[in-house]
Design a protein around this ligand. Sequence first.
Ligand code: SF4
Length: 253
Amino acid sequence: MPAPATASTDGQLLELFSSIQGEGLLVGCRQIFLRLAGCNLDCAYCDTPFAATANCRVEESPGGGQFISLPNPVALDTLIRIIHSWCRQPSGVHHSISLTGGEPLAQAALLADWLPVLRKLLPTYLETNGTLPQALEPLLPHLDWIAMDIKLASLSGVATPWATHREFLRLAATRDCFVKAVVGEETPLAEVTEAAQLVAGVAPQCELILQPVTREGKPMLTPRQLLDLQGAAARHHPRVRIIPQTHRFIGLL
Ligand code: SF4
């Protein structure tokens, strides 16, 4: 069993590593990934173990692929010391720190303490399921990028929280932001249409990225299906891109 966090500056972490961003608008950028434990959802297609663990995995050197264990909860001082040393090996290679999960906003009190300090090292990039707007709002001044999901019911297995996503995007769009929806063979055109209408209505400057679901390293939709989904969305929002999970093709974390 993981020990409980002892202070808001101690976090339940799963992983700390350096890799390229494989999804979304910053695809290909080198980032330091800080994977936090916990999530408020239970998506049917989830392939990310997010339960808190006794230890977190920390790469011994950035991008080296060898890991050591650190006991949870991890203190901010420890984290800063590691990231600070990574920022010099080699200097300038990292674009930003990706806060990912699970759902990072499930530890919003922790982020309120950590983000202002982390942002002194590198720009901050939040990967989020887009369902906790109240947790997001006070953190906005400390975030540079927000990659927000719209959870489509055809894949998540639960009704899409359209009103909550709308409220979340209204806030997130005050930062550099884009929206991502994972799509599968079973995704009806009506769902991507509704997602496109939401983005067009709330934040027309934001890109909507359709990400084909990947199983065993392969996108599960045909090119025709992807083009049809893009076409349906683009009728309502012209900024629609199809971007698969590229890091899987090249064997990176
Ligand atoms: S929001 Fe992400 S981490 Fe949470 S259950 Fe869904 S896919 Fe998994």
